[in-house]
Design a protein around this ligand. Structure first.
Ligand code: NAG
Ligand code: NAG
Length: 392
């Protein structure tokens, strides 16, 4: 009898000690990272200084004379839904001038500093881990009426149209073109577009300046850049230029602008390699977003009434694309472009289990004839390269 009592007490003690030593369960999962190599300019600051002084016509050939290096970078793990969602929250906070210092949604992270709110133009917020091991630079996107924050609307729109329309935002004869490269409906002078972008697009030099300033503040940190819409494109340009991981949410196609701006992209190792697909940039968007998918084309498009000509659709780097039109029956528009759609809807659920459930519901109610294939449950769609993207 005594032996049994002793055994029961001993088991209870062991259990108590074991429960104490197991870590407290946190409700919000932590950010996950992966280490991957990135090829980048050995002297990016020197390159940018030279780029600012050479004649515009020579910018295109500049990278031919540069030296490149391969460095290991700690990336956010973009297959992890919670990591993406936290970055999306940071990108959303970039629209607001005031951010709470303590972020319950992002354990281990805190707000660190803000930039550009007094000067106008490029603005955003910086978040950091406890000892500045990793910092996230979140850039603010366009301030159209359907987006929160700011008074930079008209300037943002001009720059958006310069970057993302096929030709100077001349949608039809009623539009005042933003540049002189439009000749007739079949011809846009692409060298002229490149020249205009390099001369007039305020955002690229402003973004690289800003990055220089921030990396001076955090000399030993791993930097990640993020943003929504135009902010995401700027993040993508910085990722490509400085060779740091960038995650862009709901950004319009940035490949044409990256090409026209002649970003310092490493030369491909084989002639058929697509260098623009190899930059450390991850785009995250969904198919019902008219701006991210380049469906703002022509006079009758949803966006043209709001003064936007966002016609480009091919992205650099890799893309995580939620096909909300096909699997969830969403209709294409401007409103699905909001970052809150990602934060409180798409990134709040595991994707494949969700579309399977939606598929069976539709099969039962009979309005989706084709059943959704039963796949292993990925939380986030697999990234793909837009190497075969047709058109702009
Ligand atoms: C992190 O970097 C910022 C900006 O340089 C600095 O103000 C802060 O003291 C740093 N924090 C730590 C814990 O080193
Ligand atoms: C970078 O820092 C310099 C010097 O402090 C300042 O003049 C400039 O405006 C800053 N640039 C940006 C984009 O913040």
């Amino acid at each position: 009898m005594r032996v049994w009592v002793a055994l029961v007490i001993a088991t209870a003690l062991v259990l108590a000690v074991w429960r104490r030593s197991s870590p407290p369960s946190s409700h919000v999962p932590r950010v996950r990272t992966v280490v991957r190599p990135v090829r980048r300019l050995q002297d990016v600051r020197g390159y940018l200084a030279r780029r600012a002084t050479v004649p515009v016509a020579r910018v295109a050939e500049m990278t031919r004379w540069e030296t490149w290096e391969d460095v290991a970078q700690t990336w956010p793990d973009v297959s992890d839904r919670h990591t993406l969602r936290m970055l999306a929250r940071f990108a959303c906070w970039a629209y607001y001038e005031t951010v709470p210092t303590h972020l319950p949604d992002a354990p281990g992270w805190a707000w660190s500093t803000k930039f550009g709110w007094k000067e106008g133009g490029l603005r955003g917020q910086v978040f950091a881990t406890a000892h500045n091991e990793t910092v996230v630079v979140a850039l603010k996107g366009t301030s159209a009426s359907f987006l929160p924050g700011g008074t930079t609307g008209q300037r943002d729109k001009d720059n958006d149209n310069l970057l993302f329309s096929c030709c100077c935002a001349r949608v039809d004869s009623s539009w005042k073109p933003t540049c002189d490269c439009y000749h007739d409906p079949q011809t846009c002078d692409s060298r002229c577009m490149g020249r205009t972008l390099i001369e007039r697009s305020l955002y690229y030099p402003a973004a690289t300046d800003l990055y220089n300033n921030i990396s001076y503040l955090y000399p030993n940190s791993q930097v990640w850049v993020t943003g929504h819409s135009l902010g995401g494109v700027l993040a993508s340009f910085l990722g490509a230029t400085f060779g740091v991981p960038a995650v862009a949410f709901e950004s319009p196609g940035d490949r044409v602008a990256a090409t026209r701006l002649h970003l310092p992209i490493p030369p491909p190792t084989t002639p058929d390699e697509d260098a623009y697909a190899l930059v450390p940039v991850t785009h995250v968007y969904h198919t019902a977003d008219a701006l991210a998918t380049g469906q703002c084309v022509g006079r009758t498009s949803i966006c043209s009434r709001t003064g936007f000509a966002m016609e480009t659709r091919c992205h650099v780097g890799q893309s995580i694309v939620y096909d909300t039109v096909r699997y969830l029956g969403w209709s294409v528009g401007v409103l699905p472009h909001r970052i809150t759609v990602l934060i409180s809807d798409l990134l709040a659920h595991d994707w494949e289990p969700r579309i399977r459930a939606a598929g069976s519901a539709r099969a039962v109610h009979g309005w989706l004839p084709r059943p959704v294939p039963s796949l292993p449950g990925r939380a986030v769609p697999a990234p793909q390269r837009e190497t075969l993207c047709q058109g702009t």
